[in-house]
Design a protein. Structure first.
Length: 322
């Protein structure tokens, strides 16, 4: 594996370019780890549902137009339905819970709760999906990850809120389960042949639902664009381009070429990224305990992702361009 352009071989004789896999993991590790702070900045002066609606409608529309301009086929009605179902679970259930909860819950604590996603994905996939039982290595990695999250949860400044924080944290937990279900459901539905087109249908569907939620909640009453701060605008732009288009496309593509337990390791790395960004940009504390937790969490990722190459699940039809 010394050659960065090497392809990873699989049982059907095909392969996935290793560089693409590494870059995709880097996107969901680093970019998504930074979106927790970006969401916090965005909803400082923007209504949560409205911000999420703009984020996903714009990102989904840009991706859809770009794909169609490159000759991509329009999704069929069945594929739109699949995108709407998985998009509701991923975009509205998963991301929506984070957006709403960050009104009361610190971004670092939100990232910690989202770290339960690997457990839900592995357990749900074993019970209702592929039927593959987690390997001993995967179970050890999961336990290490939760140990690291537990150590990080005890760091100063994490979880010092009251009833609203508890309710927000509970909402994030439900959203994490929705995200795990949506991730697995998308693997077994009739989707567009190109992962990026699936992403666009999911984001457009989720954005439409966020629009309805924004109107129904009354959050736009008295809102003015003139009240939005430059920091919120920049955060929204980052969430659209990096968080939604780049990160989300990388995530959905990885689900087609890598085992769910490997993809789900992003949820262990994101709290570490969120912790360091909070320290660097928001003045949040960075203690020896949090550094130890970060090391344990990263070790869990190494354990989970160190399975033999043949564990990758890639079919010829899955290797479509993003």
């Amino acid at each position: 594996m010394a050659d960065s352009t090497q392809t990873v071989s699989v049982g059907d004789g095909g392969g996935v370019r290793l560089t693409a896999v590494i870059l995709a993991f880097a996107a969901i590790y680093v970019i998504w780890g930074s979106t927790y702070l970006a969401i916090r900045f965005a909803i400082e002066t923007m209504p949560p549902f409205g911000m999420a609606a703009v984020r996903f409608l714009v990102a989904g529309a840009l991706m859809y137009v770009w794909l169609r301009a490159r000759g991509g086929l329009a999704p069929t009605l069945v594929q739109w339905r699949s995108g709407a179902i998985s998009g509701t679970l991923l975009v509205v259930g998963g991301n929506g819970a984070v957006v709403v909860a960050e009104q009361w819950v610190p971004s670092g604590l939100v990232a910690l709760i989202v770290a339960t996603v690997p457990m839900w994905m592995v357990l749900l996939d074993a019970q209702y999906g592929s039927g593959n039982r987690p390997s001993g290595r995967a179970l050890i990695g999961l336990m290490l990850g939760f140990l690291g999250v537990g150590v990080l949860a005890g760091s100063p400044g994490v979880g010092a809120g009251g009833r609203q924080e508890f309710l927000g944290a509970s909402l994030v937990l439900v959203g994490s389960i929705c995200w795990a279900i949506g991730s697995l459901v998308s693997r077994y539905m009739e989707n567009p042949p190109r992962p990026a087109m699936l992403v666009s249908t999911q984001m457009l569907s989720g954005g439409a639902i966020f629009t309805l939620l924004s109107l129904a909640s009354g959050e736009l009453a008295g809102f003015s664009l003139l009240d939005v701060s430059p920091r919120s605008w920049w955060a929204l732009l980052y969430l659209i381009i990096a968080g939604a288009i780049v990160g989300y496309a990388a995530y959905v593509w990885l689900l087609t070429v890598v085992l769910p337990s490997r993809v789900a390791t992003y949820a262990y790395v994101n709290p570490v990224v969120a912790l360091f960004l909070g320290w660097a940009l928001a003045g949040e504390p960075l203690t020896p305990r949090s550094m130890l937790a970060a090391a344990i969490i990263l070790a869990s990722v190494v354990v989970i992702t160190a399975d033999p190459v043949q564990d990758l699940r890639v079919k010829p039809s899955d290797r479509a361009d993003v």
